[in-house]
Design a protein around this ligand. Sequence first.
Ligand code: HEC
Length: 163
Amino acid sequence: MTSKNIRYLGIAIVLAVSAAGILFFVYSTQKETDLERFIATNPQAYETGQQIFAQTCSACHGLNGEGQFPDNPRQRDETGRIGAPPHTDAGHTWHHDDDLLYQIVREGGMGNPEDFYPMPAFGELLSDEEIEAVIFYIKTFWTEEHRQMQRANTEAVRNQNNP
Ligand code: HEC
């Protein structure tokens, strides 16, 4: 190999490595995930919501929203009741629009107490802002697809109520 060829080879390697670097950079910034983008829309709500969830909700719903009986959320226990449901994609929470979710947290669950453990009312304990924050935090348990579906549902219900 002539020294010229070696130089070309060297340049080719440098170019290939830089191109790989750039591609990796583009890939990793795109991987700045949907979740991170969602959190960035309201970092304050995320922080407040996370604290409230850990302090006030996780004892029943699990620290990561996995529910009281994650292995089988719909299974009745020896008292014949169903425990606190998961808030993850595995659960039902994302099917509800925002206003209904706020209402459940403010006024308590609507489940028949013979069928379900009670979901307490938190309207006295938490401000409206805190309730919105904790619901914002619950949304971080969902996929982007479910967040979008739930957002569309929230808008549809609001439009229906305020035509
Ligand atoms: C004492 C246990 C307990 C605590 C604490 C608790 N929950 Fe619940 N939660 C339940 C149970 C049980 C249900 C299901 C029965 C019902 O809705 O009445 C429920 C239901 C819910 C639902 C409706 C879910 C659905 O799929 O319909 C939401 C939303 C919710 N909880 C949010 C919260 C938030 C937010 C907190 C903290 C501020 C919290 N919960 C604290 C027991 C609890």
